[in-house]
Design a protein around this ligand. Structure first.
Ligand code: IMP
Length: 424
């Protein structure tokens, strides 16, 4: 049975956690293939709210939950999350961490914060969790991996080698205090003792599960437009959230993936800096922020709301090979009599395009071409299936399907697990 990828089709925060949690009910293995504690997944089950930064949402359902090689792991955050779950009676026993995943070290967090401060007005607005510096060290082959936790001597040696360089940067470039070898080594050895039982050959585990006919879900963090190679660079994260990266991030062949479910809000939000053509006017944005509770799970920052952008979504369908869509938070739009949908961009030379601009200057100066559509202006609480949606809401979904050539398989109408509509 081939694997399914769930991917964010916008700038992250599309409500993937909830969709993954729902689909995880019928799955055997749930994996995260990239990112680290910059992610924030909120899942509400039986009125109880769970917020995850590191763990795959499948852990709530007791499914084998994998952090793949493409992830970066902050042991402190992960252990806090594990302890929090255990206190609520949920076992972390099914967690498996790839030995090839890289560790976020304290200097990564220090450099992330200091680098942003140094950029001033040009800052990216990162989550300051050390994500960029950890992936940079991975590419520079200076990183420390999860498997280094398995041997105290190797761990100490790697920390020592890294600190010889990092402390110079910290002191001379960023004017920060250096880290002390013994202190860091002792702290990470403490983390190591607790994390060792979770370290596994996750590439083998996932491949065997797929070949054994198990249902495997590969869960992307962040979203398509935050992709390092194809997103709105430099306002992106430092990994590849797009579906193609699921194969490399886990260590399976691309032929093992058959379905790609894109998750998109019925509108758009973005956190941090960067261009955003369909961004709403401040007053409307404030209303949507409040209705949709659009505040960052990780940083608590205000998210920037915008109208649904079909140009960007069409790009996401292309980049990910999306086979169907989950449209979340449709209920938030119940507050409006009329809705705008961005169907094209007007470029600086006056031309209109329905395809995402390949050049950054075109995107930075793109003006949205909106189509006004009728709202439904009524709550969606009574709907049991997609076919029960009010006529205007159904038209809204039809418009998305028609414009993108992709079926909307699921529609979210509220925060709880059961508030997701499928077809009858
Ligand atoms: P970083 O991933 O912390 O380096 O942040 C880089 C950019 O990605 C910033 O604009 C962040 O706001 C954004 N970002 C990172 N993770 C998430 C997420 O889970 N949701 C939304 N935006 C994110």
């Amino acid at each position: 049975m081939p694997a399914t990828v769930i991917v964010g089709a916008q700038w992250g925060d599309e409500g993937k956690g909830k969709i993954v949690d729902l689909l995880a009910q019928d799955c055997d293995v749930v994996c995260r293939y990239q990112g680290g504690p910059n992610a924030g997944h909120t899942v509400i089950v039986d009125g109880e709210t769970f917020k995850f930064r590191h763990l795959p949402s499948g852990i709530l359902s007791g499914k084998v939950s994998v952090l793949g090689a493409g992830c970066v792991v902050d042991p402190e955050v992960l252990l806090e999350e594990i302890d929090g779950l255990e206190q609520r009676g949920i076992s972390s026993e099914p967690l498996r961490i790839s030995g090839n995943a890289h560790l976020i070290m304290p200097w990564h967090i220090a450099i992330d914060g200091a680098g942003e401060k140094r950029l001033g007005k040009l800052q990216i607005g990162t989550t300051r969790r050390g994500i960029g510096p950890a992936y940079a060290d991975k590419a520079a082959r200076l990183g420390i991996r999860v498997q280094d936790l398995l041997d105290a001597k190797i761990l100490r040696q790697k920390i020592e080698t890294a600190l010889q360089e990092k402390n110079i940067w910290l002191e001379r470039v960023y004017e920060l205090e250096p880290f002390e070898l013994e202190e860091v080594a002792a702290r990470y050895e403490g983390f190591a003792q607790r994390l060792r039982p979770f370290v596994a050959d996750t590439s083998l585990l996932v491949d065997e599960a797929i070949r054994g006919g198990k249902n495997v879900l590969l869960e992307g963090a962040q979203g398509t437009l935050l992709d390092l190679d194809h997103g709105t660079y430099p306002f992106v994260t430092s990994s590849n959230p797009i579906a193609g990266a699921a194969a490399t991030g886990i260590g399976i062949g691309p032929t093992r993936i058959e379905r790609v479910i894109g998750v998109s809000k019925a509108y758009v939000t973005r956190v941090g800096a960067g261009p955003f053509p369909s961004e709403m006017e401040p007053e409307l944005a404030a209303q949507v922020r409040e209705l949709g509770q659009e505040y960052g799970t990780v940083t608590g920052r205000d998210r920037r709301p915008g109208w649904l952008d079909l140009v960007a979504l069409r790009y996401a369908v292309r980049l990910n090979g999306i086979t169907s869509l989950a449209l979340t938070k449709l209920d938030v739009l119940s507050a409006f009599d009329e809705l705008e949908v961005c169907v094209a961009y007007r470029l600086p030379d006056g031309a209109e395009t329905r395809d995402f601009p390949a050049h950054q200057s075109d995107f930075h100066h793109a003006a949205p071409v909106f189509e006004t559509v009728a709202g439904w202006a009524e709550p969606l609480d009574e709907c049991a299936t997609l076919d029960d949606l009010p006529r205007e809401a159904r038209s809204y979904v039809d418009l998305v399907e028609r414009e993108l050539g992709v079926t909307v398989e699921l529609v979210g109408t509220g925060a709880a697990r059961e508030q997701v509509l499928a077809r009858r």
